[in-house]
Structures are given as C-alpha cells and as structure tokens.
Design a protein around this ligand. Structure first.
Ligand code: F6R
Length: 610
C-alpha cells in the first residue's frame, strides 16, 4: 500500500529517495512522486504508473535540483483515480507546504468545504490535498505549529511527512494509525513507512506511536505528541539486513521466499524447541502463561492468508489444547459487537503487523477485556506493540506481495502455542516429544517437497490457460485448499475456488466441466478414505485431478492425473508441507501467463486502510 520515504541530512537526496521508493515498490502502488527542498520553495514532480516513469521524467529534466532534504511517495489510490494530479506530494494553493501521506482523512469532505468557503482552490480529488491545504491555511511561519493545528482538525489515519517552502531545513513527520519509522544516522534522518527503505542507511530506528510527531533537521531531532508534549523515544535496532531484502539470484521475491521456507522455519523454531528437556520455550509469553493455560475461549483474528493460518490454528487449539476456538475475519469482527467473556484470549495474526482491520479488531477485543496475543513477523510493528504479549515469526522480511513463508511461520507458532497449553493440561510428555521431533524434521521435509518445482512447473503450464480451478481438502488441509486458491487467483488472475471437499456436492459441483483442473490435498489421515470418494465424484464429471499426496501412496496414482508428493508427518502438521506444492503451482502458472508475480495488479502488501 502507499509508501513514504523522506530524508534530511548531508546526502544528495534525489537518488536516495528514488532508491527508497524502489524498496517500497513491493507494497503495491499505482503512481509516485517526489519533492526536493533545500532552497526557499520546493521542486515537485509526480507521475502515474511505475517509479521508472518518474525516474525518466527526472532524467529528462536536467534542471532537477540536488538538495539535501526531500520526500517521496508511492500512492495506492483510494480517493481519486491513479493519475499524476492525484499522486503525492500535494501542496497548498500558495505553495507554502508540501505533504506526503499514507492513510485516510475521514472528514476531508467537511474540511474541503470549509477551505473552499475560505477561497482555497483544489486541483485533485484526494483527501491528502485537503490535508496539505489545511496545513497551509494554518501556516504562519512555523511548520510544526501548522501541522499540529491541522492534525487537531482531522479525523482518520495518517503517516505523513511535511516540508515548508520557507523552512528549507525542516522535515515534520507525524503518525496516527499508519506506520512511520525514523532511521537515525550520523547527522541525518531517513523516515519511511517501512523499515525496508531504511536498512541500507542505518539499522538504528525510532518507532513513532499514534499521535506522535517528530521535527527533523540536519543533526537535530525532536519528538513530541501532536499536542506538543515532548516525548523521549528509545532508539532500537532493526532486525533484518539489506541482503535479506534483495533477490539473491532469484527472478522474483515470491519464488525466493518459497525456497527460503526450510531456513525460515528453522529460524522460527530456533531456541523454541528444547530437545534435551523435551519442551517448548516461548519466552514472550511467560508473564501471562497462567492466563493462557486457563483460557476458556480463543478468538483468532486476521485477514487473507493470515486468516487461513488462523483456520489451521482453530484445529490445533481445539485438537491439541482442547480450547474452544473461533477464527474471525478481522474486518467483520470489529463491527460485530462481539461477546468477550472472562478467560477469552484474542490472537491477532499478521505478517506485517500493520493491517488496519486486524489492528482495529485487536483494539476492539482488548477494549472488551480479552487478553491479547500477537503472532506477527515484523518486529516493532503496531500490532506487535499493542498486544499484551506475543510470539514473533522470525521468518525474515516477506517482500513478495503473495504471502508464503509467513503462512508456514504462523502455523508453526500456533502449533508451539497449542503444544505449550496442551502439555500443561492433557498431553503426555511422550506425545509432546513426538510432536517436537516432527516439527524438527519439517525444514528438511520442506526441502524434499521443493525439489519438485520443475515437475510442478510442467503441471502448471498444462493448465495455466484454464480460467477456473478448484482446490479441495478436508480437516487440517481444508484451510490449505483455501490458501492454494487465494495464491493462484492473486498472482495469476485465474479464478479459483477453495472448498472443504465434501461441500462440493452441495452446489459447486455444478461448475465442473471437462478438463477443469481440480487440486485435491489428499494426504493420509483421518479423512483420507472420504476424500478419495470426493475425488471420484469430481473425476466422474470430467475434471483433471492434481493430487498432493504422501510419498508411496500407490492408490492415488490410479485416480489422479498428476501426483505431487509430500513426506509423512503428524496430521496437524501436514499443512506445513501440503501448502508448498500449491504455492509453486500458483507461482509457475502466473509466470507462464506472463503476470508480474511480485506486483500483482490492484494488490498491496500491507493493507493499512480499512
Ligand atoms: C495473500 C496476502 C494477504 C495478507 C493479508 C493480511 O497472499 O498476502 O491476504 O495475508 O492482507 O496481511 P498481514 O498478514 O500483513 O496482516
């Protein structure tokens, strides 16, 4: 979703900002713009489309200045089409202030009316121009005061950076509901909505909280609330390196991240499986371990892939820990007047830790008295900071828009939590140890599955022209079917339905026509025989069967047209292996169709608006 990069210091700002924008590209955007200051007045250029379009524009204009202060933005359209005019930065009509902004100003219509009545002239359809105009309206020679005055009037969310034409060394940044991180270098500051744009400059960062702002100038740095109360911020170390966010020889981030999974899961498990003592170690929860073990109900909240991981969690918490569990779409939960009783734990699952709906659902659950836990990848993200306690995924940065390694990390963390509770309640030590051994084997088993990438590419190319696919599974593999369908549709634009296999005959079976690919997750387990029956029902109607099955399953090769194999593991852990062939199927099908895998149309990596 929208990205901000801003800089003040001693370096030539234009190449630095363009490089920063490229690091934010993965978040998804449809236009970009840059503002360079340093002399009274500022230089603003914007372009619809890719950053390369903006870059060529700047190359053509040899007059583009090389200042030491500036800001840039990638916009993902919400208010107004993705055009040059609507791209950020926006200025007020007197060209006194320029603003880049992530988030949504909810009362922009009323403010726009107020400003129009005062004689201000607007050129775009955006809520951000309204914010820039309001700051300009309040400007009386002090940018910080003008930003504070404007922010007192707005409702909604923002991560913003502002520059003033008459204050050529000052950058003002503020945050409410949309992340903003300040990288602290030597006499320089790099501000971004995402640490990916900061780590090449510095790993020392300050995370702004909601309603906080900072005033930055070369070598000076002040933080305060938007009510102007000074706040002292701790400088923290970012967890990941630049190397981790580069392609490392892979053609796309998605395939890199798919292949990184054995290592990522090993990292996720590191220090958490105590094989000598036969126990799980989750240090982040120790303060609340009694409440967690006594929980009477668990509510899991998330969106998209994180919601699918939550569905696997539902099976894990009910099956292993014997705690009634519900999985909620965060976007629905927040508006549903939910019932939270004593002993309820709300678990927010989010790779980015910034998803607006998940954050709002978390706050709702907390307000109603739930103990809140986070299963989050990005250290220091808003959800991670707002939960009472949590478990980080530690799977490394996920840049590809389609979530892959985070899904497996989320399931591993849920399994560790479920096992911790289970052992304190009903599970014997020997069963726990069996699980721990099985988890320990997962990274190597993943490597075996990934070796089939070429075979999967051939299968994908055989069916990539088909516009409708089905993904079917039962039990623990039902969420995997949903995830396989989501992966395929988001990056290849093929329509795909994921369903519990037995639901087919209640309607969707009518969709089947000869040659339609139907992917069955058919590993051995409690519902294996029933699933074989479902395969026959679908095959009888002419579908082509692609089965994900266990190695050595001779029976399945007689019924399926293609078999992709996974090693045996304990049934609750199967999703960690069965999802891999589906990620690869989606990837290869999308590449075959010529789709931009890492930047699928209309999608954003981190959905920070409702
Ligand atoms: C799908 C995908 C999305 C995210 C969803 C939640 O591949 O990436 O469905 O899973 O937007 O994002 P996080 O986990 O960052 O809250």
């Amino acid at each position: 979703m929208c990205g901000i990069i801003a800089y003040v210091g001693h370096k030539d700002v234009q190449p630095l900002l363009l490089e920063g924008l490229k690091r934010l590209e993965y978040r998804g955007y449809d236009s970009a713009g840059i503002c360079i200051g340093g002399e009274p007045g500022f230089f603003v250029r914007k372009a619809a489309g890719r950053i390369s379009v903006l870059e060529s524009l700047l190359d053509e204009e040899r007059a583009a200045p090389h200042g030491r202060i500036g800001m840039a933005h990638t916009r993902w359209a919400t208010h107004g089409a993705p055009t040059e005019i609507n791209a950020h930065p926006h200025t007020d009509d007197k060209q006194l202030v320029a603003v880049v902004h992530n988030g949504i100003i909810e009362n922009y219509v009323a403010i726009k009316q107020f400003l129009t009545d005062k004689g201000h002239k607007f050129v775009s359809q955006t809520d951000t121009e309204v914010l820039a105009m309001l700051i300009g309206h309040f400007y009386q020679g002090n940018l910080t005061r003008a930003v504070q005055a404007a922010l007192h009037e707005v409702r909604g969310t923002y991560g913003l950076a502002a520059m003033g034409a008459e204050e050529p060394e000052t950058l003002v940044v503020a945050r409410r509901g949309s992340p903003l991180i300040i990288g602290v270098g030597k006499e320089e500051y790099v501000v971004a909505s995402d640490a990916a744009a900061i780590v090449e400059h510095t790993t020392q960062v300050v995370y702004l909280n909601d309603n906080e702002m900072a005033v930055l100038a070369p070598g000076t740095f002040k933080t305060m609330t938007i009510d102007d109360i000074p706040v002292t911020k701790e400088v923290q170390e970012v967890e990941f390196s630049l190397q981790q966010i580069e392609l490392g020889g892979y053609p796309h981030f998605m395939i890199k991240e798919i292949f990184e999974q054995p290592e990522a899961i090993a990292n996720c498990l590191r220090g958490r499986l105590d094989k000598n003592e036969g126990r799980v170690v989750l240090g982040g929860l120790s303060q609340y371990s009694r409440d967690i073990v006594r929980a009477r109900r668990i509510i899991i909240m998330g969106c998209g892939t994180a919601w699918h991981a939550g569905l696997v969690g539902e099976f894990l918490f009910e099956d292993l820990a014997k705690i009634p569990t519900e999985v909620e779409y965060a976007s629905e939960f927040r508006y549903r007047n939910p019932i939270i009783e004593d002993g309820t734990i709300a678990i927010a699952i989010s790779q980015s830790g910034e998803t607006a709906d998940t954050l709002a659902a978390l706050r709702e659950a907390k307000d109603r008295g739930a103990l809140s836990l986070g299963i989050v990848n990005i250290v220091g993200s808003t959800i991670a900071r707002e939960t009472d306690a949590g478990i980080y995924l530690h799977v490394g940065p996920e840049i590809g828009v389609a979530s892959t390694k985070a899904f497996c990390g989320q399931i591993v963390v849920e399994a560790l939590l479920a096992l911790t509770i289970a052992r304190r309640k009903y599970m014997s030590q020997s069963v726990l140890e069996e699980f721990l051994r099985a988890l320990d084997r997962i990274p190597n088993q993943m490597r075996l599955v990934l070796r089939q990438s070429d075979l999967i590419r051939q299968v994908a190319s055989q069916y990539s022209h088909r516009d409708n696919w089905l993904f079917l599974g039962r039990g623990f593999n039902y969420p995997v079917a949903l995830e396989g369908a989501l992966k395929l549709k988001e990056i290849s634009y093929i329509h795909a339905e994921g369903l519990p296999a037995a639901e087919m005959k209640h309607g969707p079976i009518a969709l089947i026509n000869p040659g339609m690919p139907a992917v069955f997750i058919a590993t051995r387990g409690t519902q294996y025989e029933k699933l074989l029956g479902n395969i026959q029902e679908v095959k009888a109607r002419g579908a082509k069967i692609i089965a994900v099955a266990n190695e050595g399953d001779d029976h399945i090769s007689h019924v399926a047209d293609h078999v992709l194999t996974v090693p045996d593991t304990i049934e609750p852990l199967q999703p960690l292996l069965t999802v891999l062939p589906l990620q690869l199927l989606a990837y290869h099908a999308a590449v075959e169709r010529g789709c931009n895998v890492d930047k699928p149309r209309n999608l954003a990596k981190s959905v920070t608006v409702e």
